[in-house]
Design a protein around this ligand. Structure first.
Ligand SMILES: [Zn+2]
Length: 118
């Protein structure tokens, strides 16, 4: 299973960053074109996390669609309407022109929450 190797890497990276503290929650950005199944990643995460500082941690998967995403409000522009580069695209929600191109192949650890110091 492809997800298992990916999840092992994820747990290893987060463990290292946690410096021995218990990890309560992990936010993972995952593109919809990565061919990974979010449910499978969650399942693997629970298995791989056992016996590590991530045991029992919640995995939040934020799915990233391919296309343009507004940096102001996070709304996605319709990828079918951005093929013509001459068209200046603005966010349909807030009219911002700060749009970032997303490949849909992202896989990033966005954030993690560790147990606060006692
Ligand atoms: Zn916007």
């Amino acid at each position: 299973m492809h997800e298992l190797g990916i999840t092992r890497n994820l747990v290893a990276i987060v463990s290292e960053q946690a410096h021995g503290k218990r990890v309560l929650r992990v936010w993972l950005e995952m593109g919809t074109r990565t061919a990974l199944m979010p449910d499978a990643v969650r399942f693997c995460f629970d298995v791989v996390a056992q016996g590590t500082v991530l045991e029992g941690a919640v995995l939040d998967i934020l799915e990233i669609a391919a296309g343009l995403q507004c940096e102001e409000c996070g709304t996605y522009a319709d990828p079918d309407r951005i093929t013509d580069e001459k068209i200046v695209v603005v966010c349909a929600q807030c009219r911002s022109s700060k749009l970032r191109r997303r490949s849909g192949e992202e896989l990033n650890i966005k954030a993690m929450e560790v147990e606060p110091c006692a």
